[in-house]
Write a new protein. Structure first.
Length: 71
């Protein structure tokens, strides 16, 4: 009885979706213009996920999505 309950519980495992990073929409991108200062860029699209200490003028906006498993 206990063994069958444990095996049924194992079947109902649900993993959630994992989203990390910056989501940048088309509308956000359209607010950017060449020559904007860093403060205005951050107000428009947020802070970058990665700031390279060796290249301070380079900001990397990274986004990843990992779908969870569903039954």
């Amino acid at each position: 009885m206990v063994l069958s309950n444990l095996s049924l519980a194992a079947c109902s495992v649900h993993k959630i979706d994992i989203q990390q990073g910056n989501v940048i929409t088309r509308e956000m991108m359209e607010t950017l213009t060449p020559g904007m200062d860093k403060r205005r860029v951050q107000l428009a699209i947020g802070s970058p996920m990665i700031q390279d200490p060796f290249h301070p003028n380079r900001w990397d906006y990274v986004y990843s999505f990992k779908a969870g498993m569903r039954d």
